[in-house]
Design a protein around this ligand. Structure first.
Ligand code: DX5
Ligand code: ZN
Length: 214
């Protein structure tokens, strides 16, 4: 699969409705929504009221990436404001199995996100429950960072694990994705690419979205 999920972290918050409408009329597949708590990552972004507003404007599924400690506390509230896919970090969950089941029971797709230092092998006993795995290709917390090259090998290792343990599971790549590295990421086995800066700093975001997907 070749899906694109532009990250609203790089949108113009003063013109959020305009930027979401642009994404609605583009060929992107999902809207990536980055929630940060200032603890799990150094930065604070936005919470449920903003996600609720994004849902009101969006005509595509919301791919919500929780970069927060103990995300199990907020599963129901993000479901209520319209998350369709909910990603929690492996590094932030003490009872990951329970958390993934709770996301599914709430009616959302569940995903585990891995920081760049976390090996994919640690997912051996959770992959069967995952609808998606999100591999961070930068250290989470900020948009516009440089892509970590080790990600290609990691995608290939994860693809091989998915083929064996859960062929339906999608692989999403998040951080520093641009038109130069996107083709190789799809080639290595990625299904979904997140792109913030590459889309919103581009002179023609709709065209860049098209290029990233092709
Ligand atoms: C980073 C976020 C990303 C970020 C990607 O912590 O999880 O989703 O918005 O932005 P770019 O594509 O600019 O690296
Ligand atoms: Zn993200």
């Amino acid at each position: 699969m070749k899906l694109l999920s532009p990250s609203l972290l790089s949108a113009d918050f003063g013109n959020l409705q305009r930027d979401i409408e642009m994404l609605n009329s583009s060929c992107c597949d999902w809207l990536h929504v980055d929630v940060m708590d200032g603890l799990f990552v150094p930065n604070i972004s936005f919470g449920q009221p903003v996600v609720k507003y994004i849902k009101k404007c969006a005509k595509k599924p919301l791919d919500v990436h929780l970069m927060i400690e103990k995300p199990e506390r907020y599963i129901d509230s993000f479901c209520q404001v319209g998350a369709d896919i909910l990603s929690v970090h492996y590094e932030a969950c003490t009872h990951l199995d329970r958390t993934l089941h709770a996301i599914r029971d709430a009616g959302m797709k569940c995903a585990v996100a891995l920081n760049p230092h976390t090996p994919v092998a640690l997912l051996e006993d959770s992959l069967h429950i995952c609808d998606m795995v999100l591999l961070m290709s930068v250290n989470p917390g900020f948009g516009g960072q440089k892509f970590i090259e080790n990600t290609y090998a990691k995608v290939e290792r994860l693809r091989a694990m998915c083929d064996k343990l859960n062929p339906q599971c999608l692989i999403e790549i998040d951080g520093g994705v641009n038109t130069s590295n996107a083709p190789k990421l799809f080639e290595c086995g990625a299904d979904v690419l997140v792109a913030g800066n590459a889309v919103f700093a581009s002179a023609d975001p709709m065209q860049t979205i098209k290029e990233l997907k092709s």
